[in-house]
Design a binder for this molecule. Structure first.
Ligand code: TXA
Ligand code: MG
Length: 510
């Protein structure tokens, strides 16, 4: 089948195309269309064969009921029975909008549409294209999300095209959706009404107009022993190709934890992805990093979720780590979908970060133009089990200077590249937290201890590795003495790396 794709301008809807799409629906065909939540795969809700086609196109199990979309409140009575008064209040407040209500179904609705249930889910979307299409198609349009079963819901027409091209009659391309997660589902057949799927209409919003609202507790777990009440929620809907893991904790702590895991995974040879936010994206260095939007704007984050997950399926990564988001407003729905995609694999940032004692290693000499930068350069070449920021500083640096020329020759002889190096005074750009300071001699150590007590972990290099001679300045001395200094530094730095690696393997002994 050839799928026709039409762009539609929401502000100037081309009614000829809508009429054409309506005809397809009336004749039992399938038309994908935008709603404010996600794209839906429309079919005539009162036509059994159309429901069968819908399941076939999506590759979806037919016991998973469809939502019937209407554009006018009068239409509700035609398909639902025993409509409680509260439903009227909810419709007044939230329709049209991202709320689906479940009622007892009327005779008119075929069991194929409701997946064999005696209840029917009804929603009145707000999107103008959706509303015109529903009217043109006869008033009752069933529409599951327009993705292939097992893929994230589509938030743009091109996602629909990727999943369903050639399997459906038409796609109406109305651009990217506004909300990005599916509607809230509220079961109106029980008292109090129960949320079966969280969405943009939150529990708090519902409680402003209803005396009481319950939540299907199975939403919060992945326990297959207690199946959720919305049949569709029981399928592990969508799992990314890579293993997705959510890292919970204060944002700063989560970033540290993700960095730490990313470093470790890369060392083990894995490709990893990171779901970062606008606020944290620059803090990551390893892996394929994608920005899900500003953390402070949970709506923007929700809007990007499925797109980002789809993008990661195109990448060659084995693990994806995501920051967690606050469960307020649409955050509940966002974390519900993210949690499902992760199979509820959540780890606590604190449990990871407490395993790494130092994140920063600072080598200190007098002028930072020879011994300390060489030590730092040698340290960066060590095989380290954990990621560290490795820098050098000088006790007496009045203004930035390049490396001392004799040191530069030395580095050249050992094939260590030096570009644009400049000396920096201690403790510029450093904090005492998570920091190990290693000095060349006792004199630099005592100076730091007396002047910068916030640096609590200060040792001379020999002291840190269990003994040996200090590393005095070789300024103005022979090439042999420079070479000797280099060998000495190399042997110390190698032992520093060994000690850090030992501690990384046995963090409990810290
Ligand atoms: O935002 C939305 O709701 C989107 C757009 C297209 O409107 N639609 C959507 O449909 O998400 P779908 O089919 O992907 O998800 C419908 C969910 C499923 O989890 C299904 O099990 C549940 O609604 N559902 C439908 N009818 C139900 C019923 N009678 N009782 C309980 N759950 C029902
Ligand atoms: Mg769906």
């Amino acid at each position: 089948m050839k799928t026709q794709i039409y762009k539609i301008d929401r502000n100037r809807i081309d009614m000829d195309i809508i009429e054409q799409a309506g005809e397809i629906l009336k004749n039992g065909g399938l038309v994908a269309f935008p709603t404010e939540t996600v794209y839906g795969l429309g079919a005539n809700a009162l036509d059994e064969r159309a429901a069968e086609k819908t399941y076939a196109a999506k590759g979806r199990p037919s016991d998973n009921p469809l939502i019937v979309h209407i554009a006018r409140l009068e239409e509700l009575d035609g398909i639902a029975a025993d409509i409680p008064i509260a439903a009227k209040t909810l419709a007044d407040n939230f329709w049209p909008g991202p709320l689906t209500m479940i009622f007892r179904k009327s005779e008119k609705v075929p069991y194929k549409t409701t997946g064999g249930l005696d209840t029917v889910a009804v929603r009145m979307p707000e999107d103008e294209i959706a509303r015109e299409l529903i009217l043109a198609g006869g008033g009752y349009i069933s529409a599951p999300s327009a993705n292939a079963s097992g893929r994230p819901s589509p938030t743009a027409a091109k996602h629909v095209e990727t999943d369903l091209d050639g399997k459906i009659d038409m796609i109406l391309d109305g651009g990217s959706v506004d909300i990005g997660v599916e509607s809230t589902i509220l079961d109106m057949t029980v008292v109090p009404p129960m949320i079966l799927r969280p969405g943009a209409v939150t529990r708090e919003m519902l409680e402003l107009v209803l005396p009481e609202v319950a939540v299907d507790e199975t939403l919060l777990t992945d326990d297959s022993a207690c199946p959720p009440k919305a049949p569709g929620m029981k399928y592990r809907h969508y799992a990314p190709k890579a293993e997705l893991i959510i890292v919970e904790g204060r944002p700063g702590e989560a970033v540290k934890a993700i960095r730490q895991i990313a470093y470790e995974q890369r060392r083990l040879g894995y490709q990893i992805g990171i779901i970062a936010t606008s606020e944290t994206i620059d803090l990551y260095t390893t892996g394929i990093i994608k920005n899900i939007g500003p953390r402070e704007n949970e709506k923007a984050v929700a809007r990007s979720l499925y797109k980002i997950l789809r993008e990661f399926d195109e990448e060659d990564v084995q693990y994806i780590y995501s920051e967690a988001f606050p469960q307020s407003g649409i955050g509940t729905a966002l974390m519900n979908r993210l949690g499902k995609a992760a199979g509820h694999h959540i780890i606590r940032a604190e449990d990871i970060t407490c395993l790494q004692k130092y994140r920063q290693i600072v080598f200190v000499s007098n002028s930072d133009n020879c011994r300390a930068p060489i030590a730092a350069a040698l340290m960066r070449k060590q095989p380290l089990l954990q990621e560290y920021r490795i820098v050098s500083r000088g006790i007496v640096v009045l203004f930035p200077e390049p490396l001392n020329p004799r040191a530069e020759e030395l580095m050249k002889r050992h094939n260590i590249a030096w570009d644009g190096y400049e000396t920096i005074a201690f403790p510029e750009g450093l904090s005492g937290e998570d920091t190990l300071v290693l000095t060349m001699q006792e004199s630099q150590k005592s100076k730091i201890q007396s002047d910068f007590p916030e640096f609590t972990d200060v040792c001379t290099l020999p002291e840190y590795v269990g003994g040996g001679e200090e590393i005095p300045s070789v300024y103005g001395q022979t090439e042999e003495q420079y070479e000797h200094m280099y060998e000495l530094l190399l042997s110390y730095v190698t032992r520093v790396a060994q000690r850090l690696n030992e501690e990384a393997k046995n963090p409990n002994q810290l």
